[in-house]
Design a protein. Sequence first.
Length: 470
Amino acid sequence: MNKIFNLTLLAFLFGTNIFAKTPPPKPVLPIPTASQLAWQKLEYYAFVHFGMNTFTDHEWGEGRAPATDFFPTDFNAKQWAKSVKDAGMKGIIITAKHHDGFCLWNSKTTEYSVKNSKWRDGKGDVLKDLSEACKTYGLKFGIYISPWDRNHPLYGTPKYNAVYKEQWRELLTNYGEVFEAWLDGANDGKRRMVYDFNGFWNTIRGIQPNAIMFSDAGPDIRWVGNEKGIAGETNWSNRDNEGTFPGFADEPALNVGEENGNSWIPAECDVSIRPGWFYHKEEDAKVKSVQQLMNIYLGSVGRNCNLLLNIGADRRGLINENDIARLNEFKAARENAFKINLAKGKITTSNIRGNDKSFSVDKLLDNNFDTYWATDDNVKSAEITLDFGKETEFNTLLLQENIALGQRVKKFSIQIWNGKEFETISQNTTIGYKRILRFPKVKTDKVKVIIEDAKACLTISTLEIYNAEF
Ligand code: FUL
């Protein structure tokens, strides 16, 4: 009794709240669903373009090449999965059907598929082998099928909508869990048909409710508005989706999202490791450099996006040696750049929510995304100061918001102590799930992160600092 009285008295005297737990901040809507949040944490995964174009040397086949042209001599899905796993990627999305209409599985909806090729006497199934290989290697498995189909006889008529839904039904029923369903907005503009997109979404959602659906217009994730892999410096996961439609992309808007958008539709950056999406021998020496890939990584994962990096499997049905070598070099460069987190020392701030330890500023340094520093409800700007205790050189700073409670930060800057005063080295806008800033190397013993404006009180999970070569 006495002890409780003493503790109460102490709490009263020092203004700390040791009995009542401070409630967490209320979410700022919209917020991600559990599947969207799990998707965001994947960060980096592979696209593999493989199909009829691989054998005809095209990017956009017309759907007229005979099915027998599809003939990989040495197809091995385990080699794909191992290469992707070794590269530090979290999954594979396969082009099960590109615009030419050729299906890499034996679909009942068409004759234009592997069953009429000579590969494995027409009994092969790329989807079966790849889904199993992904399971073996602990990778997520995703599927792309193009709505635009230049082979199917019903394309251009309303009946084709049922064909396309049936293709999704086959794919989502027979190959286990699918983490992402990719609906391409490309179209030739000539036989432009009226797609039943609502019907497509309902079909996919009905069979695999956790599959994340991609298109120019969501509904779960959006295209970033270019094929360079670079998001806007400002990048909101919010988007006002009213009246948007796949195939009619507002590229500048997709690139940055909308501060007050009413739906949670984060962006995905798709980009190819070579100039083309499909494998072409003449591009063997045109694999992007490690520096180019690092710039893409900083412009995508470093700007609140996921990175979908494409590799074209070659005519053998293998990931080409040149691409594998580069993927591994890029992995080593990333590991090296983010190896030693220099964000250590004494961290202080101008505000802690309810002065409660569970929201304290050292949550930024605890390597746990789910714990976070938060401010009081009315506090939308605050300073964090990290005193390294010694001169420290760095060029990279990483921040994460706890997006489970919504994206909030609108404006922030970085300052360093130059011996006389704090000097601004970087002025920025949004953070989101992850923001990685790169600037010329600086040397200082104190750094400040100043959040200048936000939609509501602050909920920041992570601060990391690196001195990276790439
Ligand atoms: C585009 C397609 O037209 C390209 O061929 C490629 O598949 C890319 C990922 O999407 O819209």
